[in-house]
Design a binder for this molecule. Structure first.
Ligand code: TXA
Ligand code: MG
Length: 325
């Protein structure tokens, strides 16, 4: 059954069609990375600006040199430690990588996803699959096949259903084209874990020593946004904010890691897992559900501390971009 689906997906990719693929982070909107016409369909389907580069997913690390003209020792170390896994590496590209994939930049993003179906498909296809998250530009990334059908159903030839994504938020992106590794987008694979393998800590993108940021839509100020205005609330401010909302007769949804402290009319309260891995796994599905309630506002308990960094990053962007229709 799966084998048939994988064989069909590979055929569609070879024919220049779009196939949504499961990964351990979020679902990707895949196309043959060596076929510019196929890659162009990704941008049309997502409504994404054409100069935003895509990640190329590869079957194994022997494919690194086909896409990257320089593979520094640091990249080999990270590949050995974390691939397949939620790590995207930015490297200097080979000259024949289509501009459609790189957004015209001299670099390419590469990743081996850790999902059995994705790996099977990549081996069967035996090439690079360019795939951004399979959502419309600026909106919440999909973590189930149904999310993809809801967002992009008509625009893809096939959705390869691999169940809910295990990690639930996008990969960590590390830029290895400069003298120091730079984290362009935090993810559940932490900078500390990367630093341990490299023998020194990577720089944060906003570090004064880091080169000026390249364009990365996952790093735009407003991104990953629901339609309902989303507000990040420190836990100790939540009760007052909610009392005010109730007085104003607003309909409010809450995402927090503890139950409601008192009875609240008009408030839909969702208790999320208290650990970062559990929280990340559910986050996008919960935001979609809470968004669908059509409340006046979604309050999310503001996460604090290093292990929550990637989750905080996504929530901050969701708060900045929410509520604009
Ligand atoms: O977990 C993930 O990374 C998922 C799954 C499907 O692999 N993909 C994903 O793709 O999140 P996307 O396009 O939504 O986000 C990829 C980010 C974008 O912000 C893009 O700008 C950045 O990676 N990126 C890709 N190639 C790049 C490059 N050459 N230089 C800088 N940033 C790059
Ligand atoms: Mg995305």
């Amino acid at each position: 059954m799966n084998n048939d689906a994988v064989a069909r997906a590979a055929e569609l990719l070879r024919a220049g069609e779009l196939v949504a693929i499961p990964t351990e982070t979020v679902y990707g909107l895949g196309a043959d990375a060596s076929n510019p016409a196929a890659v162009a369909k990704i941008f049309a389907a997502k409504g994404r600006p054409a100069d935003h580069p895509l990640i190329v997913h590869i079957p194994d690390a022997t494919h690194l040199d086909r896409w990257a003209r320089e593979v520094p020792e640091e990249a080999r170390l990270l590949a050995a430690a974390f691939w397949p896994g939620p790590l995207t590496m930015i490297l200097k590209r080979q000259p024949d990588v289509p501009d459609a994939v790189t957004g015209g930049q001299d670099t390419v993003g590469l990743r081996i996803p850790n999902h059995p179906l994705a790996l099977e498909l990549l081996r069967e296809f035996d090439g690079g699959i360019a795939a951004p998250s399979a959502n419309r530009f600026g909106r919440i990334s999909p973590t189930t096949a149904q999310h993809v059908r809801d967002d992009l159903g008509g625009a893809v030839a096939m959705v390869l259903d691999g169940g809910p994504c295990q990690i639930g938020i996008e990969s960590t992106i590390v830029d290895l084209t400069g003298r120091r590794a730079v984290i362009l987008r935090p993810g559940m694979l932490s900078a500390a874990e990367i630093g341990r393998v490299l023998g020194r800590a990577p720089l944060a993108a906003d570090d004064p020593l880091a080169p000026p940021a390249v364009r990365a839509s996952g790093t735009l100020e407003a991104h990953y946004a629901p339609r309902t205005p989303l507000v990040l609330m420190p836990d100790d401010s939540l009760p007052i904010a909610l009392r005010n909302a109730i007085v104003q007769k607003e309909r409010v949804a809450v995402l927090a890691i503890h139950p409601a402290p008192f009875e609240m009319p008009g408030v839909t309260w969702h208790v999320a897992p208290p650990d970062p891995a559990g929280f990340a796994h559910e986050l996008y599905a919960r935001l979609r559900e809470l968004d669908a309630l059509g409340c006046d506002r979604i309050y999310v308990q503001k996460p604090v501390g290093q292990p929550w960094q990637a989750i905080y990053d996504r929530l901050k962007r969701a708060a900045a971009g929410s509520g604009e229709g």
